[in-house]
Design a binder for this molecule. Structure first.
Ligand code: SAM
Length: 282
């Protein structure tokens, strides 16, 4: 009987995976890292008991976390990624030909190394791209010490626990504010709102004093269980979220990027939030 992996994000409920083969497992010094094969989801990576990414559904999350801010901005040349060790966000950002440089700040080199080895299609060579600048550091320190400014900042972090906890603090968001160019936009994975509703409230309260607009958009990622995942959105340019489908479609078609989940209609529609999420933004 093959071993099973039980996600422990929630104390009284969770998804489990049959592990057909464990490819790698280690305590990296920052977090527990395991990569295993599963018949339904392909190769799966988990950190500290929480599913991070699977071969089968990664495109949904990486496309929505990248192309919504990138196409809303429309002319991003300098991009910052916090976290993102599996390389999926980096891969998608580099599909935008106008990007001149992408800086990725990841705390755990072993996540990068093991994902390149066991989940090669996530980064798909992105780590070797001359536009990519990989920094191994704590994201909260980087954004508070950085003198560079960026057009789009994407926080692709773990949940607010362990090393990821600092990436949901006011200190981190203040650092983001310091690093964002005029007209820039910050987005972040902000949990599955039906299950982690408090994260909507907390993030909204911490972002609102710093930005003209703090809001969310959403996407449904099958292995982030419990319903839609909400992505935090923060900018001083109120026009970015209001682009029409026609404008977004024009930019999307001009980009030549092929997607499997993202569409301009989904982009615009993803800002429409369920009432319980709106109620949590108080
Ligand atoms: N898509 C996943 C999700 O939504 O939960 C996140 C994937 S990615 C693997 C999360 C990354 O955040 C990991 O590589 C982890 O090492 C990194 N990370 C956690 N805390 C960090 C910190 N303080 N600074 C930089 N990277 C961090």
């Amino acid at each position: 009987m093959a071993d099973t992996y039980l996600e422990t994000l929630y104390p009284t409920w969770g998804q489990q995976f049959v592990m057909d083969e464990v490819l790698f497992e280690v305590d990296t010094g920052h977090q527990h890292l395991i990569i295993f094969k599963n018949g339904q989801w392909g190769t799966v990576m988990a950190l500290d008991g929480v599913i991070q990414t699977t071969e089968k559904d990664e495109f949904i999350y990486h496309e929505m976390m990248t192309h919504v801010p990138m196409l809303a901005h429309g002319n991003a040349k300098k991009v910052l990624i916090i976290g993102g060790g599996d390389g999926g966000i980096l891969r998608e950002v580099l599909k935008h030909e106008g990007v001149e440089s992408v800086t990725q700040v990841e705390i755990d080199q072993q996540v990068i190394d093991m994902c390149v080895q066991y989940l090669p299609n996530h980064s798909a060579g992105a780590y070797d791209n001359p536009k990519a600048n990989i920094v191994i550091a704590d994201g909260v320190d980087f954004v508070n010490e950085c003198t560079e400014k960026f057009d789009v900042i994407i926080s692709d972090s773990t949940d607010p626990m362990g090393p990821g906890e600092v990436l949901f603090t006011s200190r981190f968001y203040q650092g983001i504010k310091n690093c964002l160019n005029e007209g820039g936009v910050f987005v972040a994975q902000n949990g599955v709102s039906f299950m982690q509703t408090d994260e909507v409230t907390t993030t909204f309260k911490r972002l609102s004093p710093l930005f003209e607009e703090a809001s969310f958009y959403s996407g449904a990622v099958p292995t982030y269980v419990g319903g839609i995942m909400t992505f935090a959105w923060a900018t001083d340019d109120l026009s970015l979220k209001l682009q029409s489908v026609d404008v977004i479609r024009g930019r999307f078609e001009a980009s030549g990027i092929q997607t499997r989940f993202y569409t301009p209609e989904l982009h615009v529609g993803s800002f429409a939030l369920p009432q319980y999420v709106q109620d949590a933004m108080a």
